[in-house]
Design a protein around this ligand. Structure first.
Ligand code: NAD
Length: 294
């Protein structure tokens, strides 16, 4: 069994670290928040008071941090991972961050004599607790092979998407599709309401016709047709609108960098920005139907 350092023990990182400890690894954790460290101890891990101390004996390091600036600081800062971890350790960043930061940090890791992967996830807090996350992984083959045994403990579906940064690219492309599709399903239900077409009738027809998509059949934005969708629970997340907006902003940043044309991605960014500015950031992202009804 390995020593795994885990940096960033929040809503996602906490349960992911607990699964590594449950599988028998020695988890050495660090987070700025003392409560997160107490929870790690209850889950069988060991709490440290800095990144440098947490990673010093590590065979592998997992990071689960808010954004690119935190990942850059924690990897490349003077007291960070690259300055303190032993050569040859396996480095896994599972945060959702911008593609350029992922590529820059991977380059710094390679120059320091080690390989790392970017491995953002989908599956949310429920998937983190159940160990059923999907990991989208970017990095060289050798780094992917080294990371996979750890990812297998925390997730169910592990996909190697290509070189450094391609895990992040896959994540933002997928979530841009999701944001656009959710808005399209919401617009269709809002129009159906005005045309006097019953929710369940539209669902029964479109779920078996060409309008079918995950936002309709697994996460229907109106109450009734899909029992587990947040629409039946007053739009409690689920997947909060603020998190959808974060991913749409990352996709638009990437579009600007490579001069891609994504007019619907830009429109989805604008609609979720307005929805969040109205104070709905912590509402499930399917709740945008309320705004689209006008
Ligand atoms: P969170 O805010 O609950 O956790 C982040 C943790 O990082 C916090 O505990 C914070 O104290 C810690 N942290 C910040 N800076 C640090 C530093 N310099 N050193 C050590 N610890 C530091 O966020 P989360 O919901 O766990 O999300 C983490 C990442 O996973 C984000 O990039 C998010 O976009 C992504 N993600 C989240 C979900 C979800 O459903 N919550 C789903 C998929 C992906």
């Amino acid at each position: 069994m390995a020593v795994v350092a885990f940096i960033g023990l929040g809503n996602m990182g906490g349960p992911m670290a607990a699964n590594l400890a449950k599988a028998g690894h020695q988890v050495h954790g660090f987070d700025l928040n003392p409560d997160a460290l107490s929870q790690l101890k209850s889950a069988g891990g060991k709490a440290f008071s800095s990144v440098a101390e947490a990673v010093s004996a590590a065979d592998a390091v997992v990071t689960m941090l808010p954004a690119g600036k935190h990942v850059r600081e924690v990897y490349t800062g003077g007291n960070g991972i690259l300055a303190n971890v032993r050569e040859g350790a396996t480095l896994i960043d599972s945060s959702t961050i911008d593609v350029q930061s992922a590529r820059d940090v991977a380059q710094a890791a390679q120059e320091a004599g080690m390989y790392m992967v970017d491995a953002p996830v989908s599956g949310g807090v429920g998937g983190a607790a159940a160990g059923t996350l999907t990991f989208m992984v970017g990095g060289p083959d050798a780094a992917f092979e080294a990371a996979k045994p750890f990812l297998d403990i925390m997730g169910k579906t592990i996909v190697h998407a290509g070189g450094a940064g391609n895990g992040q690219a896959a994540k933002i492309c997928n979530n841009m599709m999701l944001g656009i599709q959710m808005i399209s399903v919401c617009e269709a239900f809002a129009l159906a309401e005005k045309l006097g077409l019953d929710h369940q009738k539209l669902y029964d027809i479109s779920s078996t016709a060409s309008g079918q998509c995950w936002s309709l059949t697994s996460y229907c934005p109106v109450p009734g047709p899909v029992a587990t969708s947040p629409a039946n629970n007053d739009y409690k997340p689920g997947f909060a609108a603020a998190m959808m907006l974060k991913d749409l902003k990352l996709s638009q940043e990437a579009c600007d960098a490579v001069k891609a044309q994504t007019p619907l991605g830009a429109a989805a960014d604008a609609l979720y920005s307005a929805f969040c500015e109205d104070g709905n950031g912590d509402v499930d992202f399917s709740g945008i139907i309320k705004k689209l009804r006008g």
